[in-house]
Design a protein around this ligand. Structure first.
Ligand code: MV4
Length: 445
């Protein structure tokens, strides 16, 4: 087991990892930028190291500075959290070269699954259903037009190096497609330094359902059932829940089994998420694999009782996964609301600033994962998430009632937050029926 771990992240996820380390008896070191120097979560770690100015490229994204902090503090492992360097295969490789254990999958699986064309091929080999689409990359406009005729419109052009909704274009006809093909290529080149694109049939009104997996280096792997993340706007998840209210038990089992086939095929190790699009007829298709702990991991923790961050650390230290698939049961219903500093009057733009008054909800079935408190300033330099409000109850109806009660208790003043949006959703008949898809928020609000 490790005796000391460095956390290459900030905010609520840094605090989440610090908590896991303390419970495991591991010393934690947190790195921080000058913007985060006074934050309380930094003091929760056993040690802290300033790695640079607020600008992320000079701190949380700066590999030499993070590795230097790891060397100085003599840690055995680095937990990357989510965002920043969490899915950077090069960073995982540098850690390995420096004999520091990266708490996550190997650089090879990160590279494989980060390349969406290669990941799709891997899914095909694993007999995971994929959306009808191109066999590999689409290399010319004429090639794109020919393929789209075969597949049938609408089609989607996706960047090989994209993910999470970045670098995608929908085309409804040939004229659209010719433009979309070039703009997708150009955007992908600028954003990812890789202009390769591929094509899929566009699946409209799909749900976003993802399967949590854990795998160790001894060949053991389990799934921890699914999360429904259909409640999104502009590819930003707003509310997540487990179990998914919109799939049958048969679909659920097929989905989870196929996720494990992909884990085997990609020789994946540590925590990961296999994302699917689920059409309203219950057919499901591979989306992508997220090779990190995700923001929404707590809903899975609440319904399964499994501490995912602890397992990430145990697996990285070489321990065997002692969890048995038959013992991983879904108990009740969990919902998570992301509480962001954003202004609905300003088209939900990030609205950072100082929190003067902060009262977090509590009581039975309520969990708040946050680094914020009264007197804390949400920095304009990083993402605008203040924290996550998670509820766990015996069924979905009670979970919604508890979420409404907890949202009502939550006081964050004077900054604008997504609490009112979350409350509106909790009160909406479509949400109460579980009748939602990834376009619902944009259509409804
Ligand atoms: C799609 C799709 C429709 N058809 N692929 C967005 C994130 C990325 N993992 C895949 N995404 C989508 N891929 C095909 N062939 C629709 C989406 C999509 C979406 C997916 C998940 C969650 C929210 C979304 C919002 C818009 C579009």
């Amino acid at each position: 087991m490790f005796s000391k771990v460095l956390i290459a992240n900030r905010g609520e996820i840094a605090l989440r990892v610090i908590r896991a380390c303390r419970e495991l008896g591991i010393d934690s070191v947190v790195v921080y930028s000058q913007a985060d120097k006074d934050a309380e979560y930094v003091k929760a770690a056993d040690e802290s190291v300033c790695i640079g100015p607020a600008l992320a490229t000079e701190s949380y994204l700066n590999i030499p500075r993070i590795i230097s902090a790891a060397e100085i503090t003599n840690v055995e492992a680095i937990h990357p959290g989510y965002g920043f360097l969490a899915e950077n295969a090069h960073f995982a490789e540098v850690c390995r070269d420096c004999k520091i254990k990266f708490i996550g999958p190997s650089p090879e699986s990160m590279k494989l699954l980060g390349d969406k064309v290669a990941a799709r091929d891997c899914a095909i080999r694993a007999k995971v259903p994929v959306v009808p689409g191109s066999d590999g990359a689409v290399t010319s406009e004429e090639h794109a037009v020919e393929l789209a005729e075969k597949i049938g419109y609408p089609v989607m052009i996706k960047a090989s190096a994209g993910g999470g909704g970045r670098g995608m274009r929908i085309a409804h006809n040939e004229v659209n497609l010719r433009t979309a093909f070039h703009s997708a290529q150009t955007e992908a080149g600028a954003a990812f330094n890789n202009s390769e694109v591929f094509m899929e049939k566009y699946i409209s009104k799909a749900r976003h359902v993802e399967v949590q997996v854990l795998a160790d280096e001894h060949g053991n792997a389990v799934h921890l059932w699914e999360r429904d993340c259909s409640m999104q706007r502009r590819y930003q998840k707003v509310i997540e829940e487990a179990p998914s209210p919109g799939i049958s038990q048969e679909t659920r089992e097929a989905l989870c089994k196929s996720a494990l086939r992909l884990v085997k095929e990609s020789e994946y190790i540590n925590a990961g998420t296999v994302e699917y699009l689920v059409a309203d007829n219950g057919e499901f298709y591979f989306g992508e694999v997220n090779t990190r702990i995700q923001v929404e991991h707590p809903v899975t923790e609440m319904v399964t009782g499994v501490d995912l961050v602890k397992w990430q650390i145990l697996i990285a230290s070489g321990q065997k996964l002692t969890l048995k698939q038959k013992d991983i049961k879904v108990n009740g219903s969990a919902i998570e609301c992301r509480i962001n500093a954003e202004d609905p009057a300003c088209n939900y733009r990030p609205c950072p600033g100082k929190i003067e008054h902060f009262v977090a909800p509590g009581g039975i079935g309520v969990r708040v994962d946050t680094h914020a408190y009264g007197g804390y300033t949400i920095s304009p330099h990083y993402d605008s998430m203040i924290g996550k409000l998670i509820v766990h109850k015996p069924n979905r109806q009670e979970a919604i009632a508890t979420m409404k009660r907890a949202l009502h208790e939550f006081k964050i003043d004077p900054i604008k937050t997504s609490i009112p949006l979350c409350m509106n959703i909790m009160n909406h008949p479509d949400y109460i029926k579980g009748n939602i898809d990834t376009g619902w928020i944009e259509r409804t609000f």
